[in-house]
Design a binder for this molecule. Structure first.
Ligand code: BGC
Length: 792
């Protein structure tokens, strides 16, 4: 048999066998849902899209519709059997999102997703309400601890991986909060006013990546309004963008209590109301169908989309499902270890050398009663909690003696007695570790922070201890950026985030060197609040938040404004060192339809094994529109033994060079030079390469009588027309250089031409007939517009 024949046989076999097995196993939930909806009464349909209490949906036994259970999320299961935030059943509390994103480890997030799904299944939960991927517009955002990043690409990638992990085990996710939900202040009434470009480039991109790459079973519509319309009633967001553009197939559930007018929300595309409002909104649905406000066809569509997911969730119910508490606790410790960011390590004081540091003073209540998660709907009832003090004791064994001083109370307040005790302990020790950060009352769902400062008690404690103990290490537990006025007075700073129930163990692993820290900041740490992008506007006034900073949030802002942050986005140290080299791109010129392959080498140049997060950014060099100095477009985490070197490959495509062009209503790449920058943080990008891109954009389609001359120049198909337009003013762009010109004459002529050209370039072509006294006619304008558009 020839190779071709074998291939053919294999192909036929594959087609037949996959068709056969598909018919045997795969159910078509959409078709089943459609059939069931056809049998349902109007009352039943209204019932199904209205929640049954806080966490469940109605079963409609007459037509075989089961009930499903949904619950928070995101970093652990909070299955509460009572309404609201009542105590939940025990579950593993993993690190919160700001920590997880600092691992930059998509595979780790996927595995956490799998573990969360196992716990969901064992507790008969069909939908886990997460991940939360809103952008950290301001470090003051009360739920920043629950969100991944200030960068949409990083957040989108993390979310996609989380969703894939959870859903791979037949449990659904709910991507939240859609959209532009970036503050807690007046969260149910605030109108986020944001321009279209900013919306697309910053606030929707993470959702777009997650929806396109991972198809969450549901998306949660936000409490707030977006540009004057409630997110729950926003057809532009829920139908046009989410479903029509991105191809979302699941159902939209309102955030708990986010429905404003139920009929409007159904028309817009908000399938399910949660929690249930009893007869209240159900009756409104029935009335709205009867009055014609909602067509029955639209209601059917809304019911069917939701029902398909109910059937899917129900199909993977498994009474025998269980998980091992201890295995998950250990996994939570490993995960937390990946998220910890080493911010400072003077003289390599870390990892602690137990042979030298025999007497260690542990200072700060968080060492024994850690802060490991945030408050609000995401608050998990952990299966157990490990603290850093006990875990350090276990790792050090008998060779090290450790003292403990409380340092501050639960609110972060301190007293002279507390400070004195800590000072004395620190003074007589070989080394001191201060545990500090943000208490519960500083960071929660439901309110924003008023400052980026840590409690005075924490700051004072660090000042006092570091004044008497030159070997002071600070370990932080907080869900988002904090100021560090004492930064230069301490030897090391470890960002432990809200590390989940096993975070204490992970901190001990890092301090002792059992784990080499490899996390990098998923958000910028500013020096002071006044430096931040939304200062002093945040959180808005009169129920309106104007997103005046536009696309410039996070590092995009600090870069553009040339503001030195305390620690930049993407920053994090290791116990080893890495060298970057050999950045290569596979072409130096291309069109925007081509892909660019980028390759570089990274080497572990230190003495211990470690992981490095390589970041790839793109900058447009000669941007005609205002663009960030650079934007994260790819990253990779690699594991390297001492001396080992690895080549890492990235692939960039059109979207990585594009901006959202509001006149085209599409992503566009302008022709020009683009620099690819690679390195270890947003402020350390030693490797660069430049590529010249020719745009195939359709900008000429938008040309009209009011387009300026330069807009013709920027369109590939209109270059000739542009030269012709200039010529009508006697300006010959292709004229040969006059002979025998002195350099002075040439310079004078060039200067005059430049000024004239600047004037002409900004001239709308509709002005030409008047300026040329009719020589350039209206017909000529029509001709040029027709020709330019036709050449595309
Ligand atoms: C939160 C959501 C959460 C829901 C259910 C809301 O208050 O904003 O994130 O999923 O409650 O607990």
């Amino acid at each position: 048999m020839s190779k071709l024949q074998i291939l053919f046989v294999l192909l036929v076999f594959n087609v037949v066998s996959s068709g056969f097995s598909a018919a045997q196993t795969a159910r078509n939930y959409e078709a089943e849902a459609g059939t069931i909806v056809g049998k349902m009464t109007l009352e039943e349909k209204a019932l199904l899209v209205s929640g049954n209490g806080w966490w469940q949906t109605y079963a409609i036994e007459r037509v075989g519709v089961p009930s499903i259970f949904m619950t928070d999320g995101p970093h652990g299961l909070r299955k509460s059997l009572v309404p609201g935030l009542g105590k939940a059943i025990p579950a593993t509390c993993f690190p919160t999102a700001s920590a997880l994103a600092s691992s930059w480890d998509v595979e780790l997030i996927r595995e956490i997703g799998v573990a969360l799904a196992q716990e969901s299944k064992a507790n008969d939960v069909q939908i886990l309400l997460g991940p939360g991927i809103n952008m950290k517009r301001s470090p003051l955002g009360g739920r920043n601890f629950e969100y991944f990043s200030e960068d949409p690409y990083l957040a989108g990638k993390m979310a996609a991986s989380y969703i894939k992990g959870v859903q791979s085990r037949g449990v659904g996710t709910s991507l939240k909060h859609f959209a532009v939900n970036n503050q807690e202040f007046e969260r149910m009434a605030n109108d986020s006013i944001v321009d279209e470009r900013t919306l697309r480039e910053i606030y929707l991109t993470a959702f777009e990546i997650a929806v396109k790459e991972a198809q969450p079973w549901s998306v949660m519509s936000a409490y707030n309004l977006v540009n004057g319309t409630y997110a729950t009633e926003n057809r532009y967001l829920l139908q046009k963008i989410l479903r029509d553009e991105w191809g979302f197939k699941g159902f939209v559930v309102s955030d708990w209590g986010a429905i404003n007018e139920r009929a409007k929300s159904l028309v817009a595309g908000n399938n399910l109301e949660m929690p249930g409002s009893g007869d209240f909104n159900r009756n409104k649905i029935i009335e709205a169908v009867k009055s014609g406000e909602i067509t029955e066809a639209r209601l059917d569509e809304m019911v069917a989309q939701f029902l398909a997911v109910i059937l899917q969730g129900d199909a993977s119910r498994d009474k025998a499902a269980k998980f091992d508490l201890e295995t998950h606790h250990e996994f939570a410790r490993k995960a937390a270890g990946e998220t910890i960011v080493l911010l400072k390590n003077e003289n390599n004081i870390l990892p602690i050398d137990a042979k030298k540091a025999k007497k260690i003073a542990i200072v700060g209540a968080f060492a024994k009663t850690p802060r490991y998660q945030g408050a609000g709907s995401s608050q998990v009832n952990p299966t157990k909690v490990s603290n850093a003090f006990d875990e350090l004791e276990k790792l050090f064994g008998n060779g090290v003696s450790m003292s403990f001083s409380e340092g501050y109370d639960a609110e972060g307040n301190t007293t002279d007695a507390m400070l004195n005790e800590a000072r004395n302990a620190a003074k007589s020790a070989d080394l001191t570790i201060v545990f500090a950060g943000l208490p519960d009352s500083y960071e929660s769902e439901g309110f924003d922070r008023s400052s980026i400062k840590m409690p005075d008690g924490h700051d004072k404690l660090i000042e006092i201890v570091s004044a008497v103990q030159p070997r002071t290490i600070v370990v932080l537990m907080n869900g988002s950026a904090v100021a560090m006025p004492w930064k230069d007075k301490v030897k090391a700073i470890v960002e432990g985030w809200l590390g989940g129930q096993a975070g204490g163990g992970a901190i001990a692993d890092v301090l002792t060197g059992k784990v080499n820290p490899s996390g990098k900041l998923s958000e910028t740490f500013p020096m002071k609040l006044e430096d931040t992008p939304t200062f002093p506007e945040f959180p808005g006034l009169n129920k309106k938040a104007f997103y005046g900073e536009g696309i410039f949030i996070g590092y995009r802002y600090y870069d553009k404004k040339n503001i030195e942050p305390l620690f930049p986005f993407g920053f994090g140290l290791s116990y080893t060192s890495f060298a970057y080299s050999d950045l290569k791109i596979d072409k130096t010129s291309m069109t925007d339809a081509d892909n660019l392959t980028v390759e570089l080498k990274v080497k572990n140049t230190g003495k211990v094994a470690g992981k490095e997060i390589i970041q790839l950014y793109v900058r447009e060099e000669t941007a005609a529109v205002v663009r960030p100095d650079k934007e994260l477009r790819s990253f990779a985490k690699v594991d390297l033994k001492p001396g080992e070197e690895k080549a890492v490959k990235f692939n960039l495509s059109k979207r990585d060079f594009a901006f959202y062009d509001t006149s085209l209503k599409d992503w566009t790449v302008n022709s020009g030079k683009f620099t690819v920058l690679a390195g270890s943080s947003s402020r350390n990008l030693p490797l660069t390469q430049t590529v010249e891109i020719t745009s195939s954009n359709a900008a000429a389609k938008t040309l009209n009588r009011n387009s300026m001359l330069k807009e013709f120049q920027n369109n590939p198909g209109c270059k000739d027309a542009y030269a012709g337009l200039l010529l009508s003013f006697g300006f010959n762009i292709n004229a040969p250089k006059p002979e025998n010109q002195t350099p002075e004459q040439e310079a004078t002529q060039k200067k005059a031409q430049m000024a004239f050209l600047a004037f002409l370039n900004d001239l709308p072509i509709s002005k030409l007939p008047a300026f040329t006294q009719g020589k350039f006619s209206e017909q000529m304008i029509d001709g040029i517009l027709a020709k330019c558009t036709a050449t595309l």
